[in-house]
Design a protein around this ligand. Structure first.
Ligand code: SAH
Ligand code: SF4
Length: 372
């Protein structure tokens, strides 16, 4: 019977209201439940003291708050913490907390593995296993928030920002990612401002349009190349949605909010995409698009076919782009000693190659041989 219980972590407030209506309860109780579960981090119905005893008993019988298990918690010397979370089916995902002055960013995963096979990404190289549920996505924040608040004497360590930059392509799992992001923004749950929750995508154009219509979180686009030839090589999804199509959707993405900008991520690969001509091409590409550029030093992994650009090369590139008026930042590498760079998370994904191929077919990317 245990397995048939409804996991309440799968619901945002709206979905919780629907569930409560279905079981004959008052929908406004959703506010209280969401607050207990997410704001206060309570997973035991008995402790939810403003709910009637009868209602608590009903919940006990029908519902549960089932979280992933912490398989490993790895703190780094620079304050970064990586959690390896074990899911009910034995799969594992990683979540990373990165403290910086005045803020703490949690890097959240959306899938086990990824089918999009970007050539510089270790998650992509592991293939795709499955989508995460809403409970597994928001569970990462629940666990991180609780673990941080339990740290003695470190009340400064809080999650103030979220980036959907862990494992997976969030726009290929939008149905489960959206309710999780709704909870991140919900004042009864985590109450984060829309600018502090960022979804990062490799450019799934139709889903970007859907995201724009259903959520107002910040958007990061993993660009990594300034021309189609190079981007086809680095981000195979570009063959399906080339730069012209991608840039068109970016141009109008924040048209109703002129102050907001898209963050373009650009991984710096030695002698591949890091030359002054690439920087100049990038400037032309971004013309007319409200943008910021974030340069990311490549994070090496075993058998990776690339090296990171040198600091000098990155600085030269950054100078050219920022001279054009585009704000350009360079990401600091963090958690080096625990292998916890955001965007390069390596859970124990079993490469289910056939499944990856099915996904690639679904999104229309020509299937390539995955080199080891
Ligand atoms: N699938 C989404 C989000 C997860 S990847 C996306 O591609 O945007 C998050 C970020 O980490 C992306 O910008 C991705 O390109 C970057 N990334 C992946 N592998 C990396 C590596 N080895 N070094 C540096 N950045 C990497
Ligand atoms: Fe997937 Fe993003 Fe990695 Fe590309 S960079 S393989 S889209 S997780």
């Amino acid at each position: 019977m245990e397995q048939q219980k409804i996991n309440l972590l799968n619901f945002d407030r709206e979905q919780m209201r629907e569930y409560l209506t279905q079981i004959g309860e008052k929908p406004y109780r959703a506010d209280q439940l969401i607050q207990w579960i997410h704001e206060y981090g309570i997973s035991d119905f008995n402790l939810m003291t403003n709910l009637s005893k009868a209602f608590r008993e009903q919940l006990q019988q029908q519902a549960e708050i089932r979280l992933p298990e912490i398989a490993l918690e790895k703190p780094s010397s620079d304050g970064t913490i990586k959690w390896l979370l074990r899911l009910a089916d034995g799969n594992a995902v990683e979540t990373v907390y990165i403290p910086e002055s005045g803020r703490g960013t949690l890097c959240v995963s959306s899938q086990v593995g990824c089918a999009l096979d970007c050539s510089f990404c270790s998650t992509g190289k592991q293939g795709f296993s499955r989508d995460l549920t809403t409970a597994e996505i928001i569970g990462q924040l629940w666990i991180a928030a609780r673990a941080l608040s339990a740290q003695e004497g470190r009340h400064d360590r809080k999650v103030t920002n979220i980036v959907m930059m862990g494992m997976g392509e969030p726009l290929l799992n939008l149905d489960c990612v959206l309710p999780a992001m709704n909870l991140m923004l919900d004042d009864f749950a985590y109450g984060l401002a829309k600018r502090r929750v960022t979804l990062s995508t490799s450019g799934v154009v139709p889903m970007m349009e859907k995201l724009r219509d259903s959520s107002n979180v910040a958007l990061a686009v993993s660009l990594h190349a300034s021309n189609d030839e190079l981007r086809n090589e680095l981000v195979p999804l570009n063959k399906k949605y080339p730069l012209k199509v991608l840039m068109d959707v970016c141009r109008t993405y924040f048209k109703d909010e002129p102050k907001r900008k898209i963050i373009f991520e650009y991984v710096m690969l030695k002698d591949i995409n890091d030359q002054p001509r690439h920087a100049r091409q990038l400037i032309t590409l971004l013309q007319g698009i409200p943008s910021k550029v974030n340069l990311i030093p490549f994070n090496p992994f075993p058998h990776a076919p690339y090296e990171s650009s040198t600091e000098d090369t990155i600085e030269r590139f950054a100078k050219i782009v920022s001279k054009s008026g585009v704000i350009t930042t360079t990401r600091k590498t963090r958690g080096d000693d625990i292998d916890a760079a955001c965007g390069q998370l390596a859970g124990q994904v079993k490469d289910r190659t056939r499944r990856s191929e099915r996904w690639r077919k679904k999104v229309g990317i020509p299937i390539q041989q995955v080199s080891s």
